[in-house]
Design a protein. Structure first.
Lengths: 316, 118
């Protein structure tokens, strides 16, 4: 009778053993990684890590060190990840300093990839003007531009390896009453001077107020929605990224920071307008531009469509 | 050899093979880790970033919250450990000084108690 059982009991033993072994190795005592690299962090913590890198960059001005640190996160496109996080952070209402740091670092690193050299508005002590409606507080501290320091960011690793740090080898002014609608298209994004490296030297003069250089009705049928388009540049005509501004209307307000749409220019920001709403735009440390409403434009076929505004600011 | 002994041996062989597979060949991967599991040198660099940010922001409570992500220890202990780690390598004196400034800032620091809602 026993001979009829064959050797199936051996297979049964192996199967039970495999089950127990996997239970032990995957569930009860799985391999613990206590020496992880930043690339293994969850997306939430990667965002925290990026924000901290940007904050440290704002203090040190060392873009290469920031780039080395960001590389540890394993992002495919570092500057795009930074700018995308800046947009998410602004939408989520995170502190202005965090949004600004992320966007400026993103723009700086994108320029280092062969793009334009941005002029950035580093934080300065500002006193927001008081518009006709309530205005969110927007203050920052002047940090100055410290001298670069040698990077010693740890080297990335693929496998847990609790070894010591390996130092990297450094590592036309027109204000007031709006003019009647005209067939003015949106001007192309400004061109920039390409430079091999970026030194975050503030070319803007802290404390100098922005002045409205141009206020122009935009009738562009290619735009699906009427926009308030803002462009900010310095006296040399270089666009300034990281300038914060506010849009106010009856019962609400919103803020913007230039440079979050780098494809439109580093000094560019925009805001979607709604019919029947009167807007006021004000840059931090700038005069308010009031009475901005959706314009009625007419195309070549005689059809009407909604137009917006272009506001060009300059900091002397 | 009895059937039970052979059965037991087969089970042990199966378990050993499975554990080798589960621990060595295809171990559990942690793709969604938290900052407290970072390698010690990454933690040291994290502390340096906190110190650099503190230097310009001057917000010691914010620095403490950032440090809490990588360790449950008191912030000062976290910074001290990071400094000791940094000293093991040729770290620039300026970086050490930055971290020591943060360490000193925590000397007289005490957490702000969270007010309980009524």
């Amino acid at each position: 009778m026993n001979e009829n059982r064959g050797s199936w009991y051996l297979l049964t033993g192996i199967i039970i053993g495999i089950g127990l072994g996997l239970l032990v190795s995957w569930v009860l005592w799985p391999t613990r990684y206590r020496d992880n690299a930043p690339a293994s962090l969850s997306e939430e913590y990667k965002d925290d890590y990026r924000a901290l890198i940007a904050a440290a960059y704002m203090a040190s001005g060392d873009a290469e060190r920031a780039r080395t640190r960001l590389a540890l996160l394993g992002d495919t496109d570092i500057s795009t990840a930074l700018i995308a996080q800046a947009q998410r952070s602004m939408a989520a209402g995170h502190p202005e300093a965090e949004v600004r740091a992320l966007s400026l670092l993103g723009l700086t690193l994108s320029s280092g990839d062969g793009g334009a050299t941005p002029v950035v508005a580093f934080p300065s002590t500002v006193t927001p003007l008081t518009p006709s409606t309530a205005m969110p507080s927007a203050t920052a501290t002047h940090t100055g531009i410290p001298s670069p320091v040698v990077a010693w960011t740890p080297t990335p690793v693929d496998t847990p390896n609790p070894t010591s740090l390996i130092p990297a080898t450094s590592i036309s002014t027109q204000s007031g009453t709006p003019t009647p609608p005209t067939s003015t298209s949106t001007p192309p994004p400004p061109t920039f001077t390409i430079a091999p490296t970026f030194t975050p030297t503030p070319t803007v003069t802290p404390g100098q107020p922005f002045r409205l250089l141009q206020k122009q009705i935009v009738c562009n049928p290619d735009l699906s929605q009427p926009l308030i388009q803002v462009q900010v540049h310095n006296a040399s005509g270089d666009p300034i990224a990281g300038v914060e501004g506010f849009v106010f209307w009856e019962g609400g307000n919103d803020r913007f920071i230039t440079g979050l749409k780098p494809e439109m220019g580093l000094g560019y920001a925009d805001f979607i307008m709604k019919q029947g709403v009167v807007y006021t735009v004000q840059l931090v440390n700038g005069e308010p531009v009031r009475d901005l409403t959706v314009n009625q434009c007419t195309n070549s076929s005689g059809d009407q469509y909604s137009g917006g505004w272009l506001l060009v600011f300059e900091q002397p | 050899m009895g059937r039970w002994i052979r059965f037991f041996i087969a089970m042990v062989i199966g378990a050993a093979a499975a554990m080798y597979y589960g621990w060595k060949l295809n171990p559990v991967r942690y793709a969604e880790t938290t900052p407290d599991t970072l390698r010690v040198d990454f933690k040291a660099d994290y502390v340096l970033m906190v110190a650099e940010a503190y230097r310009s922001e001057g917000d010691i409570d914010l620095a403490a919250r950032r440090l809490a992500l990588i360790s449950a220890d008191p912030p000062m202990k976290t910074v001290t450990s990071a400094i000791q780690e940094a000293k093991k390598i040729p770290v620039p004196e300026s970086d050490l000084a930055t971290m020591q400034t943060l360490e000193e800032a925590f000397t007289d620091w005490s957490p702000v108690p969270i007010k309980a809602s009524p």
